[in-house]
Design a protein around this ligand. Sequence first.
Ligand SMILES: NC(=O)c1ccc[n+]([C@@H]2O[C@H](COP(=O)([O-])OP(=O)(O)OC[C@H]3O[C@@H](n4cnc5c(N)ncnc54)[C@H](OP(=O)(O)O)[C@@H]3O)[C@@H](O)[C@H]2O)c1
Length: 252
Amino acid sequence: MSGLLDGRVAVVTGAASGIGAATARLLAERGAKVALLARRRQRLDELAAEITAAGGEALAVVADVTGPDDLAAAADTVSGRLGTVDLVVTGAGAMLTSPFESGRTQEWERMIDTNLTGLIRTVHAFTPQLLEAARLGRAADVVTVSSLGAQIMAPNFAVYCATKAAVSHLARNLRTEFGPRGVRFTNLEPGVVDTELMEHLDDPASSEWLTGLIKSIDVLSDRDIAEVVGFAVAQPRHVNLSQIVVLPTQQV
Ligand SMILES: NC(=O)c1ccc[n+]([C@@H]2O[C@H](COP(=O)([O-])OP(=O)(O)OC[C@H]3O[C@@H](n4cnc5c(N)ncnc54)[C@H](OP(=O)(O)O)[C@@H]3O)[C@@H](O)[C@H]2O)c1
């Protein structure tokens, strides 16, 4: 495979499914070497085999973003096998909704640990490599997968939306530290994308609302999001699409 991203070395978290898997596939199609990170080994191995069979280069690395040791080990493994990482996409995430008064503290903690702390740890684990790539004059990118939830208010989504608002503001702030040294930050806020994310919901009101929406309008596919990521990271080095909101046309 060859293309716009030849020579790039990418890490995609959440690559076992949905937005992460689709993005990893697209980056590889365009010439990047791609490290696939998530917890489900079999899914990662299958995607790595698919990418390799199509002529790309992929490395499956089992890692839990809530574990700092996993991320440090992954950073070493990826640089050792694929080279210095210059592109990080944070696809790992969880969405668990419930009425606030039901007090599902374990679900709140899981979302905070995965969506926010895990994302912070991911970016930090690859920071030395991103800065080194930029110092060598290469394009260097972090794409944070936030959500439209960072901007909207909805019953039962308070903690999820809070994690996403934090991610969006984190990305804006990190850009002020990294931009001057040549590392771009692109914060992506998708509307509804048809992925496995909804399957983890056991809150009937939210499930009904989301499945109803998915049936009634033409929602986004994970490939739609991957195309946007591919476009952003292929821009010339001095062009940074810092904030992207991607909505299904019919979602209001
Ligand atoms: N779908 C939407 O409508 C939508 C809209 C806006 C934003 N988003 C955001 O997009 C991101 C990706 O979601 P998706 O829609 O693609 O759903 P998904 O298919 O469920 O993807 C989530 C991915 O995260 C991985 N993951 C979860 N916990 C992890 C952990 N502790 N460590 C490492 N990996 C972990 C999962 O793999 P393993 O289980 O194998 O670890 C899975 O590959 C999320 O942050 C989500 O909030 C989604």
